[in-house]
Design a protein around this ligand. Sequence first.
Ligand code: MN
Ligand code: MN
Length: 475
Amino acid sequence: MKEDIVGKKLFKTLSYETQLAWDHVSQDQLRQVFSFAEEYKEFLSLAKTERESHDYILTKAEKHGFVSLEKSSDKLRPGTKLYFSNRGRSIALVVLGQKPVAEGFRLVGSHIDSPRLDLKARPLYEEDSLALFKTQYYGGIKKYQWPVQPLALHGVVVLANGQRISLCLGEEPGDPVFCVSDLLPHLAYEQMDKKAKNVVSGEALNIIVGNLPYSEDKDVKERVKLGILKLLYDTYGIKEEDLVSADLAAVPAGAARDVGFDRSLIGSYGQDDRVCAYTSLAGLLDVAAPEHTAICLFTDREEVGSMGNTGARSRFFENVVAELVCRQTTDNASLKVRQALARSEALSADVNAALDPSYAEVSDKRNAARLGYGISLTKYTGGRGKGGASEASAEFMGKVRRLLNAHDIPWQPGDLGKVDEGGGGTIAQFLADLGMDVLDAGVPILSMHSPFELASKVDIYAAYRTYKVFWEPEK
Ligand code: MN
Ligand code: MN
């Protein structure tokens, strides 16, 4: 053999290159990649808030035979399917394994909240004959991306008598939408010189909601505001004080779309992190009789640090584990709960930043995830000197790698930008605090936290398969 061929062979054997996933799917799989994407887009378009996602997941789970713990028979058997709903905003689905929960479970945890504009407690005001809503942004956004964008209102309002009104306006073809205005270029000389973070101030993210004055009495001071109040009252029974007890948010209006001539990508609001929520849900619904108990957790509040009783830092998840353990044993139950947590393995299912060819300078090209190369395994998140993050061990990383390779699932290592460029976190650290082995595994995304995030269909399908085999490896 010629020496250069020997070298090439040796290089191929010893070196590592990530593979474009599209090159490694059969014709049959390709059809599945695209048909899976259709159902996923429906979910994205239907469920844009944590409440709507919770309800979607709960309905789907019930259809597949999941019941609440109270409704289940006393005895938990392998294959028993349960759900634990937490205040309509976070939820856990469980498929009981062959082994007792105290011997450890397999968890996939994602989050179902996304950045958005929340209404303030007293949102409605009138200025220059326009009615507007004051907002406060939720999560990390680039504020300049939110003006001149059709917005829909989603959420709930609790009336004075305690009745809860659900609202979703701006999604149906005939619905009105809402929007934040922006300056015309002609008068934006000063604005254009500002730093990007100051171009649109937080207090300028006001949503225009009307212009039609109440006409029956022209002596009223704020007739446009009154017109809106009357509409709110006539339509929903909502008075101004009711808006104090509300979770109302403005989110980008409209459905998820295919992107590209070849329709290989999906563009939508809120793929962080509903892409991992949906793919893990779909994966769990395929799980029948896992060896270890399979748990799928959907948390809230991740975009603001996971605080609060529906976030990953709450005791909700621990309580779920305690409920399961206590149904299986009364002996030393509190110790067994801790043992269950310490013997468990988790995938923190959250999106990762993909290499953007137009902004490649913020990424380390050799270590960034790329669209179309499969699910991204992120050993650590955080920033600077790995600050503020848990890190998966070599052993656990190795275990997941072996699992994915054995199932021929495309994956790639993906870090979060260049060292010292920025950083971010997921719920991984809070799961690790409980004692589990945790690895971040999710779909790479472009334009993360923007009103129109992009993901590749082949990566979405890889995520679905990853979560599924993590719970129940194929024979
Ligand atoms: Mn996320
Ligand atoms: Mn996020």
